[in-house]
Design a protein around this ligand. Structure first.
Ligand SMILES: [Zn+2]
Length: 187
């Protein structure tokens, strides 16, 4: 039985992702735990079980908030893959936006994987233990497990490289440095 665990690239969530994963789970992590960006891959994988872990105090949601409410500029790719999802949504606080993010992505999961068991948890980052933050990104394949070195780092993780291009742009915008890229692709 295939289990997919989906979360954000945020360094604080790594232990939580490990805790919620089975030994052979596939892990997908991008900016904001964004299902829209990976929906074609999920259809292809067709997992029986999905553990969906968006979180509070999310930098991708802060960026979205800032673009929509304060007209901060972002690239077309970030706009298409992240911001556009929330353009017609009604929210006034970051907390509301984070709740909308969890809800719209969970609804989308149910729509594209109608037979899968889907468990959603909006992880409260104030209730988990944070590792020491390292301002770097590991770009990993979905079946890669983490070593000690990666724990405090941002982790972008996907079965295919093409779908995480917007996340690399977001990581770049957040001032993070690429430490390792398992896809061996130039970007
Ligand atoms: Zn996040």
């Amino acid at each position: 039985m295939m289990q997919v665990v989906i979360s954000c690239m945020d360094y604080r969530l790594t232990q939580e992702v490990i805790n919620k994963s089975k030994k052979d789970s596939l892990i997908i992590r991008n900016a904001g735990a964004n299902i829209f960006e990976i929906k074609d891959i999920l259809k292809k994988l067709n997992p029986e079980e999905v553990v969906y872990l968006p979180h509070t105090d999310c930098a991708a949601m802060k960026l979205t908030y800032s673009v929509i409410k304060n007209h901060e500029g972002v690239t077309q790719l970030i706009n298409d893959k992240l911001i556009s999802i929330f353009k017609d949504k009604n929210f006034s606080t970051l907390k509301e936006l984070e709740e909308i993010n969890a809800k719209v992505n969970e609804d989308l999961l149910k729509e594209i994987l109608p037979k899968a068991k889907i468990t959603t948890e909006l992880v409260d980052v104030n209730k988990i233990k944070w590792p020491e933050r390292k301002a770097r990104v590991y770009v990993l394949k979905s079946n890669t497990k983490y070593d000690e070195e990666m724990i405090g780092s941002y982790i972008i993780q996907s079965p295919e490289f093409e779908v995480i291009l917007a996340d690399l742009e977001i990581a770049n915008k957040l001032g993070l440095r690429i430490e390792k890229n398992e896809f061996d692709t130039k970007f």
